[in-house]
Design a protein around this ligand. Structure first.
Ligand code: ASP
Ligand code: MG
Length: 402
């Protein structure tokens, strides 16, 4: 079989862990599989690099930031290659550039356009284990780009799609995809299977287990995707198109996202097109807006509130402030002490009363809901950040029992 394996930063955080992962790779290789292995930067390397950058410039250009951040993954693949060489295994480590991982020029959040699989195939034909630096690509100017935080999952899936691999295994420090974060939520259960759509929602809504673009891509190219533990050798969770559920669950999982900021444009004139203009500004800045709420303010003005990823909050506020005169609002207020709690599940389509159960759980815990948004298979609420964990536990208890 041709297998793409991906190991996250925590799985290769120190020499001992690197050797453990080398063992997993060696076993798969000795079973006769062809292997491409994608690695993330060791441990907190990416965060440390970001801190270093800030010592020199509080607002470095995104191009230079990508130049810096991409180095973390290169360290990982080089060290892993050495560990495997030391075991007498044939191996080669490659950068995003070397495997032709072509992306657009959106530094810091680049999208993959094409993977020219040539070099990968050449190396596989030589029966080498191919180690690839995750998270990085190259744009049409031959500059290094990165795919956004957590982007190594997407590197792995893109390679699996390009090579038509038999499967793509994402190794992580939990045993698979759970109903909620097993490190924080009592009673969280591992799922044997989950659909692409459910996984995509969970990933987008803050479940840390997979990068949302990787799920999008796996769905588009029908990649056989599996999430499993790099510590315990047992089956993980399979992500696929259709899932037959043995037990009819109302929802599949709960996600928490504390990386959200609520922005309110206060005193927006009550005229057609005003909300549209504010949201257009954000679109132009490539800032994603999530929960949106327009409430009636005083007199003939409204308040428009919405949430953005906290990393985008400063840029969002700056862009909107610049248009204050043109649009004519009073002020912008910002609240970053908020968290988004979401429930996800294809079962919501056919089960009435799911929303009510969630609100009941929050009411029991005396947690106030500030904003709500729903789609076919998800329901999100915005609450005070300090109650985030409590909320997830109560909602989880409500749906999955204690
Ligand atoms: N090292 C990068 C990050 O921390 C990419 C990844 O881990 O997938 O976001
Ligand atoms: Mg990750």
């Amino acid at each position: 079989m041709l297998i793409v394996q991906k190991f996250g930063g925590s799985s290769v955080a120190n020499p001992e862990k690197v050797r453990r992962v080398a063992g997993i790779i060696a076993d798969a290789f000795s079973e006769g599989h062809s292997l491409v292995v994608v690695l993330s930067a060791q441990g907190d390397t990416t965060d440390d690099l970001l801190e270093q950058a800030a010592l020199y410039n509080p607002h470095p250009s995104k191009r230079e930031l990508d130049m810096l951040l991409s180095t973390g993954e290169q360290i990982s693949v080089a060290l892993m290659a050495m560990a495997l060489e030391n075991m007498g295994l044939p191996v080669v480590s490659l950068t995003g550039w070397q495997i032709g991982m072509q992306t657009d020029s959106n530094y810091g959040g680049a999208r993959i356009k094409r993977v020219s699989a040539e070099r990968l195939r050449q190396e596989l034909d030589k029966r080498r284990i191919v180690l690839v630096a995750g998270f990085q690509g190259i744009n049409k100017y031959e500059d290094i780009t990165t795919l956004g935080r957590g982007g190594s999952d997407t590197t792995a899936v893109a390679i699996a799609a390009a090579l038509h691999a038999d499967k793509c295994q994402i190794f992580t420090d939990v045993e698979g995809v759970y109903t909620a974060d097993p490190r924080k939520v009592r009673g969280a259960r591992k799922l044997d299977q989950i659909t692409f759509d459910e996984m995509l929602e969970l990933a987008t809504l803050g479940a840390q287990v997979l990068h949302n673009r990787s799920v999008e891509m796996a769905k588009r190219y029908s990649v056989h995707l599996e999430v499993l533990s790099s510590y315990v050798r047992k089956p993980g969770t399979i992500v696929k198109e259709v899932v037959k559920k043995v037990e009819q669950m109302k929802i599949t999982g709960i996600a928490k996202d504390t990386n959200v900021t609520r922005i309110a444009v206060v005193g927006l004139p009550d005229e057609p097109g005003k909300a549209f203009r504010v949201l257009t500004i954000l679109g132009r800045e490539k800032i994603n807006v999530d929960l949106i709420l327009q409430s009636v303010g005083k007199g003939d003005s409204n308040d428009l509130s919405f949430t953005v990823n906290s990393a985008d909050a400063d840029a969002a506020v700056r862009a909107i402030e610049e248009c204050r005169d043109a649009i004519g609002f009073d002020r912008v207020s910002v609240d970053s002490d908020v968290a988004k709690i979401s429930i996800v599940g294809a079962g919501m389509l056919s089960t009435p009363g799911v929303a009510a159960l969630m609100f009941e759980a929050l009411a029991d815990a005396k947690i106030n809901v500030k904003m709500i948004s729903s789609s076919e298979i998800k329901l999100s609420v915005l609450i005070d950040a300090q109650y985030a964990d409590l909320a997830v536990q109560h909602v989880h208890d409500k749906f999955f029992g204690t």
